[in-house]
Structures are given as C-alpha cells and as structure tokens.
Design a protein around this ligand. Structure first.
Ligand code: ADP
Ligand code: MG
Length: 369
C-alpha cells in the first residue's frame, strides 16, 4: 500500500506504533468488508429461499378416452391443484375426440366427410390444424400415411368381424377413394374440401398423439410443465421430473406387450409412440393382418411389426410410427435418419426370424443402468 500517512511520510518509514495503528485500521477495514459480504450472502440466501418453489409431489390420474386409457402423471405442490389441472387436460382430450373421432357420426370430422364431393366446408381451428399436419406427414412419407385410408380400414374392420377376406373388387373400389391430394385446405377461409364423393377420413394414425400433445400443453399452461400424458401407445412428455434427467419410458417386447419392457428410454419434451399389430389385427384363414394398411395395396400388414418412434412431439411420433410400419425397414429408417431429433426402433417378424433395427440416434436415448 503506498498511501501517504500524515506529514509527508511514506508508509514504509512509519513508526511501529503508527504502523500498529495503521494495521488496526486494516483489521477494521477487513472486518467491515467481511461483515458486508456476510450480510450480502445472507440476503442472497433469503432471496433464494423466498423464490424456491415448495417440494413437488408426483400425482397420477387415469380416465378412459379415445377408446383407450388416458394417463396423466404430473408433479405439483399439492393434490388439489394437480387434480384440477389433470381434469382440464382430460377435458381437452374429450373435446378433441368430439372433433376427430371416426366412430362418432356427429364428430366434426364425420360432418365434414358427409359433405365429400361438395363445396368447401368451414371448420374449427383444431380440425384445421390436425388436417394440415396430417397432409404434411402424408407428403413427407410419400403417402405411406394417408388419412383418406378410411374406406379400406372399414372394409378390414368388417373382414375382421366376419373372419373373411375382402374381395379384390371391394379393395379396388375402396382404394379408388384413397388419395390425400383430394383434400383441399384453405387457410384464409379455414375451410376443408373433400374433392371426391364417398371419401372418408380416419385420424386413427395421428389423433392420439395430437391429443396427448394438446393435453400436455394444457398442463404446461396451468403451471405444470413437469408432466406426461399417455394415450395408449402414444406418449407426450414435458420437462423432466424433479431431480431427474428425464422421463423413463419402457418399450414392450413384440410378442407380449404385457411382459417387461425390452428397452428403457430417458426423454424430455418429446413424443414417444409405438405402432404395431400387438393388440389390433384380424386373423383370417390362419393369417394375421395388421390394422395398419398400405395405401398402395389396400392390404393390412402381414407379419408382426412393432415400430417405436421418438420425436420432438407426439403428433410427429404417432404419424411416423404408422408410416414406418407401412414403409418397411429400409425406407422407414432412411426417413427417420433424415429428420432432426427423431429416432426409431423397429422390430419386424419375417418368415424365419425377428429382425430388430434401430436408427443412429436411438442408442443415445437409452437408459443404460
Ligand atoms: P394405434 O396406436 O391405435 O395402434 P396407430 O398409430 O398404429 O394407432 O394407427 C393405426 C390406425 O391408423 C388404424 O387403426 C387406422 O385407423 C389408421 N390407419 C391404418 N393404416 C393407415 C395408413 N396407412 N395411413 C393412415 N392411417 C392409417
Ligand atoms: Mg400412429
């Protein structure tokens, strides 16, 4: 320190007493600085405590929706707020089912189909959005996902009940109504037009993922971003649970979905969907036909297939799991590799063996311990 103390003397020539006095000054100064720091520190501690949220607990709610079980898991400070938020999310799923169902003749989707071959029809924002996304995925998958597949799907539903194959003529007739390019959307007027009379739409391949995303958005909007919504095999996950890196999601084995999962994933802010014929198929004359149909042939997939897709959201994972089932291993995985933030695991049964293949990003999502 080169401070000048009294009468023009420099510090290095001062009297010991002075020096003592001067070091007392230093001690006082140091003490003052320490006290100041301590008080700032305690102020910080007080501030952090005031802003830190109370401990979050895990809550799970289930309700039947969209022909399956809807399951919501969320982290909340108390049960009452968790239950209220879950009720709003379930209500959103029910609302979307009234829009998208192809089982309910009064759904907005079926009311639109009733006007196939006619003028453009004004539709609500939700239906417009899901139709627009479906068409984007139809283009992306070169028509492997095609929501105009409904006439063929209905034929196979009937075949399943009757345990009798549809005839070639019936398949041909139904296929004549299948082409996603015959859906015209007008974003300005928010209308949809189905160009061919008899056309029918089926959102079964994308609707559950879409509804899971919408329900998760409701939970986030109400202040619960650490949440997960599962609609059967379609799962939307939000921010990670407290003190965890992500949500643990299990993938069931091909032959027995009730068995322990073969793989576990760790995911956040993503969609995870599994498509396949594990639960839904028609068995006719000893052959097993999946409820997933190739729009080019009109035939349900033969041989067991299970495709799990992980994507930035569940609308995308749901659309792609069905499409990859149709496209097959080579084309399907090539498509998955070309998409940012998307991964897949495919398990296909051939005549002689079970083939498992995964995209390059899949391993990174695996929980290894
Ligand atoms: P789930 O989760 O119910 O198994 P998927 O995502 O696997 O649903 O989609 C299967 C459903 O999609 C079928 O039940 C049918 O309604 C519809 N579907 C079948 N094949 C296609 C296709 N190629 N394009 C679009 N939708 C399809
Ligand atoms: Mg799907």
């Amino acid at each position: 320190m080169s401070a000048v103390i009294g009468g023009g003397r420099t510090a290095d020539t001062i009297h010991p007493k002075e020096s003592l006095r001067s070091s007392w000054g230093l001690w006082t100064f140091a003490l003052l600085v320490l006290m100041l720091q301590l008080s700032t520190l305690s102020l910080w501690i007080a501030l952090v405590c005031a802003t830190q949220s109370p401990a979050l607990e895990r809550f799970t709610f289930t309700e039947p929706h969209m022909g399956t079980i809807a399951r919501i898991v969320l982290y909340a400070p108390d049960e009452s707020s968790a239950r209220k938020a879950a009720a709003k999310a379930f209500a959103r799923i029910a609302e979307l089912n009234l829009v998208m169902s192809d089982y309910n003749p009064n759904s907005e989707l079926m009311r639109l189909c009733a006007k196939a071959g006619g003028e453009p029809v004004p539709i609500g924002a939700d239906l417009y959005d899901v139709l627009e996304k479906s068409l984007a995925f139809a283009k992306l998958t070169d028509g492997a996902l095609d929501i105009t597949i409904s006439p063929v799907v209905r034929l196979w539903r009937r075949a399943k009940r009757a345990r009798e194959m549809p005839s070639e003529a019936e398949i041909k007739q139904a296929l004549a109504l299948v082409d996603f390019r015959n859906i015209k959307l007008d974003s300005q007027r928010r209308t949809a037009q189905l160009l061919v009379m008899g056309m029918l739409l089926d959102l079964g391949a994308i609707g559950k993922g879409y509804a899971a995303d919408a329900a998760l958005a409701v939970l986030r909007k109400h202040g619960f971003p650490r949440a997960m919504v599962a609609l059967g095999g379609d799962i939307a996950v939000g921010d990670a649970p407290p003190n965890a890196k992500g949500w643990k999601v299990g993938i069931a084995p091909l032959k027995d979905p009730g068995e322990n999962p073969t793989h576990y994933l760790l995911v956040t802010n993503a969609g995870v969907s599994t498509a396949g014929d594990a639960e839904q198929y028609a068995e006719i004359a000893g052959k097993r036909y999946s409820h997933i149909i190739d729009p080019k042939t009109g035939i349900g997939q033969i041989g067991r297939r299970s495709v799990t897709v992980i994507a930035p959201n569940a609308t995308m994972s749901d659309a792609l799991d069905t499409a990859v089932c149709v496209m097959g291993l080579d084309r399907g995985l090539k498509l998955i590799e070309s998409l940012d933030g998307v991964a897949a695991l495919c398990v296909f049964e051939t005549k002689t063996k079970i083939v498992t293949a995964q995209s390059s990003r899949f391993a990174r999502l695996l929980l290894t311990d």
